[in-house]
Ligand binder design. Structure first.
Ligand code: MG
Length: 268
């Protein structure tokens, strides 16, 4: 092939590429894999397939903190946490765990975090009480914005993007690997926050990978923006770090062994 012909073909292909590129939604100038087939929290959408976790909930320490982790709860006190008005965290501390105090409001960390690896252990009430979303409901909000759902999803149905392991109202879990009420469960999360240009345009959406009880339930899910009930609000420019928040949804859900490792930006 001579050079002139190669240049002509290259120019032709270059002209075609924008025509072939997938259209982007207005207000969503990035790719997420959120389903367009189902409505938000669509109750006709099939629930995640049930999988039995391989590790036993009786394992004493399924995720001991590594040496460089920031320990957010070591079984003793809530000194790393505060209530919604900055007061000492008003939740109950038991023997090696703490619990939501229904009606006392959300709590969040004193420290702010952005990109991170997070380990959390949680258990829903036993005996179980209520059904659907009114059954062992709490939540872990990365940067106080993005809820990883905590719910009793063991032999219990709800809308699939609201069950345990879901990024609430955006991504159902890949499988339902929930343990029975009262048994300890683990979340291991890799989270990357959104980035914005100085003029407020989004450069990178937030993304989240989650293992529940050692099984992948979110595979680098690219978020549409903050999570919310029955809507998907757009991103709003904000800081790279914000507190980690735990939701009070009026159910006494227990937590223990929470630690976090910040993911540093690579050196330029
Ligand atoms: Mg919740």
């Amino acid at each position: 092939m001579n050079f002139t012909r190669l240049v002509t073909i290259t120019a032709f292909v270059s002209a075609l590429v924008p025509l072939c590129a997938p259209a982007q939604d207005a207000g969503e100038p990035y790719s997420t894999h959120v389903s367009k087939k189902w409505k938000i929290s669509d109750r006709s959408r099939p629930m995640a397939v049930v999988v039995t976790p391989g590790t036993a909930s009786t394992d004493e320490q399924p995720g001991r903190p590594p040496s460089d982790a920031i320990v957010l709860f070591d079984g003793k006190d809530l000194s790393q946490w505060v209530g919604r008005h900055g007061e000492p965290a008003p939740w109950y501390v038991g023997n090696g765990y703490f619990s939501t105090e229904p009606g006392k409001g959300d709590i969040h960390t004193k420290q702010s975090f952005g990109d991170c690896q997070l380990h959390v252990e949680w258990a829903t009430p036993n005996p179980p009480h209520g059904k659907d979303q009114d059954r062992g409901n709490s939540g872990i909000y990365l940067m106080s914005l993005y809820e990883l759902q905590v719910l009793d999803s063991y032999n219990s149905t709800t809308y699939t993007d609201g069950q345990a392991g879901a990024i609430y109202a955006q991504f159902p879990p890949l499988v339902n690997v929930s343990r029975p009420p009262g048994q300890w469960q683990t979340y291991d999360v890799v989270f990357h926050g959104a980035r914005y240009s100085p003029d407020g345009k989004i450069l990178r959406p937030a993304s989240e990978t989650v293992l529940q009880n050692g099984v992948l339930v979110q595979d680098n899910s690219v978020l549409t923006g903050p999570t919310n009930y029955m809507s998907r609000p757009p991103y709003k420019p904000g800081p790279d770090k914000a507190p980690l928040l735990l939701q009070d949804h009026d159910h006494p859900v227990r937590y223990r062994n929470i630690w976090i490792r910040e993911i540093k930006e690579p050196a330029p």
